[in-house]
Design a protein around this ligand. Structure first.
Ligand code: SF4
Length: 205
């Protein structure tokens, strides 16, 4: 036999087990890794575009800059150097709802303020998300009375609830990270999104 190594134009994976050896089921990651090793990866254009859109949306969230009560002080702290929300791409607080895609409801919502909060939400372009920050905006908190809305989810669809009174800035950061996970796991809609359908899916008519 010649000592020249055999020429293989295509790379193939070595068998992972000897004949007769027990074959363990492979995880999805291992199977994907094998496909990458083979140099072949199948996907759909729709999936690739969806993945790219989700990455862009999750890592460049623009919150609306407004606060309603004491929780807003903790919300402001996340933009400072100590907590630095820019590490998560969400530091661009916008003064106009038309440029924002995240509403952080920080503080109690009075009955008088509720229509204003709803109008701000309506003015934000799709897709948009809402974080209820603190006990007051999540369920009314200690203010169980006629003047305070018992949860902002009565007027806008809430994606993430952050508990606490007030929640620490780290808790809000955690809420933003949870929202990022939710965005990354979602199926993005391409083109105009029918508003009624979105509100119906989120349980707010
Ligand atoms: S949850 Fe506590 S800190 Fe936040 S607005 Fe209500 S009372 Fe203030």
């Amino acid at each position: 036999m010649s000592d020249t190594p055999e020429f293989k134009p295509l790379r193939t994976l070595a068998p992972s087990t000897a004949p007769g050896e027990l074959v363990m089921p492979k995880s999805a990651d291992e199977l994907l890794y094998e496909e990458v090793e083979r140099g072949l990866l199948f996907t759909k254009v729709e999936s690739m575009v969806g993945w790219a859109m989700n990455q862009a949306r999750a890592n460049a969230i623009w919150p609306l800059g407004f606060g309603l009560a004491c929780c807003a002080i903790e919300m402001m702290a996340i933009a400072g150097p100590r907590f630095d929300v820019s590490r998560f791409g969400a530091e661009v607080f916008r003064g106009s709802p038309r440029q924002a895609d995240l509403m952080i409801v920080a503080g109690r919502v009075s009955i008088k303020m509720a229509p204003v909060v709803r109008q701000l939400y309506e003015q934000m372009p799709d897709p948009k998300w809402v974080i209820a920050m603190g006990a007051c905006s999540s369920c009314g908190g200690v203010f169980n009375n006629f003047a305070i809305l018992q949860g902002v989810d009565k007027i806008v669809p809430v994606d993430v609830y952050v508990p606490g009174c007030p929640p620490r800035p780290e808790a809000l950061l955690h809420g933003i990270m949870k929202l990022q996970e939710k965005i990354l796991a979602s199926k993005p809609e391409i083109g105009p999104i029918p508003r009624k359908r979105v509100l119906k899916q989120k349980g707010v008519a």
